[in-house]
Design a binder for this molecule. Structure first.
Ligand code: GDP
Ligand code: MG
Length: 388
């Protein structure tokens, strides 16, 4: 029989943020180097992070590097992005849901425009914990670095992060990468701060189970299987679930991940879920499997939307009230009308608030990211702010 899946350490998603050239990619490489020396990671050199493949997240091309490593207590998936636009798109669409962030600030330059913008974005999308890496400490003057630290703590406080309590660690990604023991120790101190300051997102696991359906298949003699990534909560074989979209309630009779049977699947897992007595054609991509009664579909919601510029593959002309594009929400594809209120129009490159009325009800909730598409191309990325 197949070997069961074994979960060893709790998993968190984190990432580096901060102004261009402050050393995000160098620090990411240095973290993997320090942990590789402890047998906890594969070393990922700077060039492999910086030349990360482009990814189509919800139909939007984002340059994003995923690096994986372990500390003594946790398993991390870490993202690093090359450009400011990549951060905006990635964070607004929720392509990488961060449980915590490492804000990289150059001790030589201090706070720069993108430093402040990333802190604001983090707040908007619900990142609750930020650890600060005061980077390039090898080249910085001590007194100046003290001032930069004060300035960063003030910035965090101004955005509701409690800057006095936030860990601020002086590091040198560059020297740590070169193996200088003083600075490899600084990177270890940074990782310790992340381990202790960023809590496990408990609510995420404790929340009622939800899985957006990506694919549906039939296993001869066993029944209908839906596949996808568990968005939140846990599910066990024998649990009752509801399929929103199909309007059926049923029981989970089997769970697998990467071909291995498991008794329980949890948030973040990629799973195949066997559903009792559900005809194959009743379930489709775009449906949502959830704990019964835990989500309510809605047709109208408020959202904050970034309208992509023409350079990013978006429109070259503004959108206005009455515009009726497709909304990609989780795995669903639904037509909807937009209402821009008093503003009436939104130009490419702008971030605006709007009311969306969907052609059919789907489960939505504040914080949920989505993409807006028109004729097969993505023209906007948004986050639900309020359900009507
Ligand atoms: P990113 O744009 O934030 O990803 O920054 P990079 O990692 O590409 O680094 C930008 C520049 O700063 C490069 O020339 C690095 O070599 C340099 N740099 C990065 N970290 C350090 C550091 O700790 N000390 C010094 N002196 N230079 C660094
Ligand atoms: Mg970089």
């Amino acid at each position: 029989s197949k070997t069961a899946y074994v979960r060893t350490k709790p998993h968190l998603n984190i990432g580096t943020m901060g102004h261009v050239d402050h050393g995000k990619t160098t620090l990411t490489a240095a973290i993997t180097k320090v942990l590789a020396d402890r047998g906890r990671s594969a070393f990922v050199p700077f060039d492999r992070i910086d030349r990360a493949p482009e990814e189509a997240a919800r139909g939007i091309t984002i340059n994003i590097a995923h690096v994986e490593y372990e500390t003594d207590t946790r398993h991390y998936a870490h993202v690093d992005m090359p450009g400011h636009a990549d951060y905006v798109k990635n964070m607004v669409t929720g392509a990488a849901q961060l449980d915590g962030a490492i804000l990289v600030v150059s001790a030589l330059d201090g706070i720069m425009p993108q430093t402040a913008e990333h802190v604001l974005l983090a707040r908007q999308v619900g990142v609750d914990h930020i650890v600060v890496a005061l980077n390039k400490a090898d080249a910085g003057d001590e007194e100046l670095t003290d001032l930069v630290e004060l300035e960063v703590r003030e910035l965090l406080t101004a955005h509701g992060y409690g800057g006095d309590a936030a860990p601020v660690v002086r590091v040198s990604g560059l020297r740590a990468l070169e193996g200088d023991p003083r600075w490899t120790a600084s990177v270890e101190a940074l990782l310790d701060a992340v381990d202790t300051y960023v809590p496990m997102p408990e609510r995420y696991l404790d929340a009622p189970f939800l899985l957006p359906v990506e694919n549906v298949l039939t296993i001869t003699g066993r029944g209908t299987v839906v596949t996808g990534a568990v968005e939140r909560g846990t599910v066990r074989v024998g649990d009752r679930v509801e399929v929103l979209g199909a309007a059926v309630e049923t029981v989970v009779t089997g769970l697998e991940t990467f071909g291995k049977p498991m008794a329980e699947a949890q948030a973040g897992d990629n799973v195949a879920v066997l559903l009792r007595g559900v005809p194959r054609d009743a379930v489709r991509r775009g449906h949502v499997v959830a704990a019964p009664g835990s989500v309510v579909p809605a047709r109208e919601f408020r959202a904050r939307v970034y309208v992509l510029s023409a350079r990013e593959g978006g429109r070259s002309t503004p959108v206005s009230t009455g515009y009726r594009p497709q909304f990609y929400i989780r795995t669903a594809d639904v037509v909807g009308d937009i209402d821009l209120g008093d503003a009436g129009v939104a130009r490419p490159g702008e971030t605006v608030d709007m009311t969306v009325s969907l052609g059919r009800a789907v489960p939505v909730e504040p914080g949920l990211g989505f993409a807006i598409r028109e004729g097969g191309r993505t023209v906007g990325a948004g986050t639900v702010t309020e359900v009507r």
